[in-house]
Structures are given as structure tokens and as C-alpha cells.
Design a binder for this molecule. Structure first.
Ligand code: ZN
Length: 121
């Protein structure tokens, strides 16, 4: 007969698929069980209302492809403005400047000092 502790231990060593990022995670990273399934800690923890995975996707659009810690200057669709602002704050620790692009109402320019200047090496 399995004891309560053994059952707990077994549970912790199991894995689950996060409903948001779709990655396999260990049970001890499980954060929240919803009707749809289980969310991992990274996805469940929100920054400015967005999950880390959402922010990660948008950060990929604005980061310097050579080095994500470099200063940021990118042009993206206006629809991502708020997420980009949150993503830059989350990943670089500094503010983003969002500006309109003359002649391109659907685009915005995102600039930021980047991680090195905001947080150091
Ligand atoms: Zn996840």
C-alpha cells in the first residue's frame, strides 16, 4: 500500500504538458490546474498581464538577433505595441520607447537601451 508521502513523491516525478506553452514539465513546476489542463509556473506567472511565453514570442520580434542584451531597435506591427512594451521591460529591465513610423500607420518603432545598459552585463 502506497503511503501519502510515496504518492506525493510519485506525483512530483511525473510530467505534464502545459496547456499554454505545450512543453513537458515536471509536476513540481505545475502551477495551476484549469478545466483545460495544467499550466506550468512560467506560463502562469504573469508580468503586466502577459504570460512569459507571450512576452517571449514578442521579444523575439524586437530583440537584436545577434545578442538579445544589445540595444533594441525594431519595427513591428502596431498590434503588438503593448506586449512589446511589457516584453522589453520584462527581459531587459528597462523601458521601451514606442514611436509611430511616418507613412506607415500599421507599424511602430520599438527602441530600448537593452539589457546591458539597463541591468549591466
Ligand atoms: Zn507553460
Amino acid at each position: 500500500m502506497e503511503t501519502h508521502e510515496e504518492r506525493l513523491e510519485r506525483k512530483l516525478n511525473e510530467t505534464f504538458v502545459c496547456t499554454i506553452c505545450g512543453l513537458y514539465n515536471e509536476m513540481h513546476d505545475a502551477e495551476k490546474t484549469t478545466e483545460a489542463g495544467i499550466e506550468c509556473v512560467s506560463c502562469h506567472t504573469k508580468f503586466m498581464g502577459y504570460t512569459k511565453s507571450e512576452l517571449h514570442i514578442v521579444f523575439q520580434m524586437v530583440r537584436d538577433p545577434e545578442n538579445w542584451k544589445n540595444p533594441i531597435k525594431a519595427y513591428i506591427n502596431r498590434a503588438y505595441a503593448e506586449k512589446a512594451d511589457a516584453a522589453v521591460g520584462f527581459f531587459t529591465g528597462g523601458p521601451a520607447t514606442i514611436s509611430s513610423v511616418p507613412g506607415c500607420p500599421d507599424m511602430i518603432e520599438v527602441t530600448a537601451p537593452g539589457y546591458y545598459l539597463s541591468c549591466g552585463p
